[in-house]
Design a protein around this ligand. Sequence first.
Ligand code: SF4
Ligand code: SF4
Length: 84
Amino acid sequence: MMENYYDEYVAHVTDKKCPAGQCKSLMEYVINAENCVGCTACARVCPVNAISGERKEVHHIDPSICIKCGACMEKCKFDAIFIR
Ligand code: SF4
Ligand code: SF4
């Protein structure tokens, strides 16, 4: 396993990242401040109120509340939400 998947192992265990974006526990939904126009669509669709921000201002996702459902990313028309 270590021979074939060493890089993936290091990414998951050391860097706490999943390069393939398959491990939900290591994913984080983030808003790109450069693209966010503050339309509030993401905040209105979030089932757990993890997104804050005033209208016409950059919004922010609280990772400690986010359940990683992906609804906000689907809703954003400005490609401002991404997974890292
Ligand atoms: S839906 Fe997109 S543009 Fe609108 S507030 Fe959310 S992140 Fe910003
Ligand atoms: S992924 Fe789901 S829970 Fe997380 S901020 Fe977006 S809508 Fe809310």
